[in-house]
Write a protein that binds this ligand. Structure first.
Ligand code: GTR
Length: 328
């Protein structure tokens, strides 16, 4: 009798074990990450995408946001996304260029005429082609969509108006050799460093300046280190992207993948509206904090960076012609 009971209990335990993973597989929490703090347009747009996903799947798929670079710098977060420790990452295209070199065409200085041109390119066929290039590359990432990063300008402790003013000035650049070369060509000394290290590097004088868009310049507090001259060079207009780890993507059913794509498109559009508002608000905050916005003639900077476009652009000659031809 006892033996039968034990056997039955054992069978029940085996059955429970067999079913347990199936039950677990039905719900999934995707770890999302961003270098920016809570409330930043990109973070908000991804969080809202998560809420829509959760509602549409009746709680089967959830998204948990880790903002503020708590999971590391962008280089490290890209690596974590590649091996599946992060499910969804919003990052600048800058460091992505080191793992998918085909996207470096957008990382070149002065590749877009202005922000309207950049938006027309990323919203159109070229933008889609580049997303596909990321997805089809061996990088183990699925590119979901673009986000706006506006344009990057210089901020330094001394006013900069011409390339000559940058002589001997150490400027932090993002981790991609192209950016260091860009700064060197512009007349300064480019130093590559993660975003999280820039504040103390500015404070201690390891660098004399950096470059970014107004929302990043303000929310990072970099303006409070004495780097309060913001020279409107607009030398880089680097689109940002959000990508899913292929490991995470592969766990989703075709229907759930379609939902992710749909909400990703909406997140792209939502971020853009939030972005425009954020640029205006953060520009006003920077001015109120005593930052001096300097209008510079960008032509000498454009001309000085021609060798960088020539060096990196050779492989993208056709694509560059198509980008130029996009009318906006
Ligand atoms: C910001 C961008 C971040 C990060 C940062 C940086 O504009 O949104 O993704 O790339 O710049 O300078 O590292």
């Amino acid at each position: 009798m006892n033996f039968r009971r034990t056997l039955l209990a054992a069978c029940a335990a085996v059955a429970a074990l067999q079913f347990a993973p199936i039950v677990q597989a039905q719900t999934m929490t995707i770890k999302a990450a961003d270098i920016h703090p809570a409330g930043y347009p990109n973070v908000v747009a991804v969080e809202n995408m998560g809420k829509k996903l959760e509602a549409a799947t009746k709680g089967r798929i959830k998204l948990q946001m880790f903002p503020g670079g708590v999971l590391g710098g962008e280089k490290e977060m890209i690596e974590q996304t590649q091996f599946g420790a992060i499910g969804l990452l919003r990052t600048s295209l800058g460091p992505v260029g080191t793992v998918v070199p085909e996207v470096n065409v957008f990382n070149m200085p002065f590749i877009f005429r202005d922000e309207a041109h950049m938006r027309a390119v990323i919203d159109g066929p070229i933008g889609n082609e580049l997303l596909e290039k990321i997805t089809n590359s061996p990088a183990k990432l699925v590119a979901l969509g673009w986000m706006d990063g506006g344009s990057r300008s210089l901020y330094t402790k001394k006013p900069v108006r011409t390339p000559a003013d940058l002589k001997g000035v150490k400027v932090r650049m993002m981790g991609n050799p192209m950016f260091v070369e860009t700064m060197n060509a512009m007349g300064g000394n480019g130093i590559s460093m993660g975003y999280g290290e820039v504040f103390s590097a500015l404070q201690t004088g390891v660098v004399d300046g950096a470059e970014n868009n107004p929302p990043s310049y303000f929310t990072s507090n970099h303006y409070s280190t004495g780097a309060k001259y913001y020279s409107q060079t607009n030398h880089l207009m680097i689109p940002e992207i959000f990508v899913m780890s292929k490991a995470t993507w592969g766990k989703l059913s075709a229907e759930d993948q379609a939902l992710v794509k749909k909400f990703a498109r909406e997140a792209q559009m939502e971020q853009r509206a939030l972005w425009d508002k954020s640029v205006a608000e953060n520009t006003a905050k920077l001015k109120a904090a005593g930052v001096e916005f300097i209008n510079v003639d960008t032509k000498p900077f454009y001309e000085a960076t021609a060798p960088v476009r020539a060096k990196y652009g050779a492989q993208f000659a056709d694509l560059m012609k198509r980008i130029e031809a996009v009318n906006k």
